[in-house]
Design a protein around this ligand. Sequence first.
Ligand code: F6P
Length: 337
Amino acid sequence: MTKSEKTNIRQSRELKKIGIITSGGDAPGMNAAIRAVTRAAIYNKLEVVGINHGYKGMVDADFRPLSSRDVSGILQQGGTILKTARCAEFRTKEGREKAYQNLQKAEIDALVVIGGDGSFTGALIFSKEFNIPIVGIPGTIDNDIYGTEYTIGYDTALNTVVQAVDKIKDTAASHGRIFFIEVMGREAGLLALNSGIAIGAEVILIPESTKDKEVFERYISKGYKRKKTSGIVVIAEGDKMGGAIKLAEKAQQENPDLEIRVSILGHMQRGGSPTAKDRIVATRIGIAAIEALLDDQQSIMIGLRNNRITHVPFSKAVRLKNSIDTDLLNMQEIINI
Ligand code: F6P
């Protein structure tokens, strides 16, 4: 099919039916977003189709109609009722062509994609290739998408980490141990940074920091030995010095007198009932996504800036990186005297 034929299909059809998809890592609040998108669409007389298992469901035509009642009782549930996946086939031209044909057959005119920057990269390519309107909703516990100050799931994950580490601190204090705690974030350290501040970690190590080595060595050689009887080192999964296990082994070898333990929080950080903040943001952004589609927007992500709804082109959201507030990083030095 030529590009102009595809354009004609799109132009000859008004927006009647939208598809919703959750893609990439799940995040608490995705269900709240699915509910808001579904209900806002139905409110505006649109039909809604749920696409299961992320882009894989588009390639396999794994679709189901969604009614207002189908999204009842999910607001407080973690995970995603639509399931999610990382789909290799959608990265190929053939896979995307198949997905497009399936959408055509199901008469789906536009998509709402809930996910992270990887999901939006797929959405941007797909939207350009087939001229189909797509609006993105940022959903990832990493809170690392350019153009939005918030991504759905971050607040819940942050509170989950804080609750878990508060418990570990009891053991650290009782036994006089240093705990090396690994927090999710392969490329982004915001979750580690803010959870570290909230639990009073002695050291916070994140991929964005340039002073990690210095801060860590100062703590191990001076800080701990000087006065502390226990300690918490929070490490983002993607820290350049290595993960918690590697760092703890090194520190233990160099300091055999210290009692060091490791705790990797892992996927517990992605689960659980969303906080009130995640439910509210998901609802606001979900409704805004439908409004944007009705307003003929194509290839944009809905974000928040100064707590107001904003539209960010996918091309920017996927190409640019959020920078970390260095004031937050520098707070470590002041607070850990
Ligand atoms: O992007 C969200 C995230 O949880 C990252 O923090 C983490 O590095 C990654 O996903 C883990 O992905 P998976 O569940 O596919 O191992």
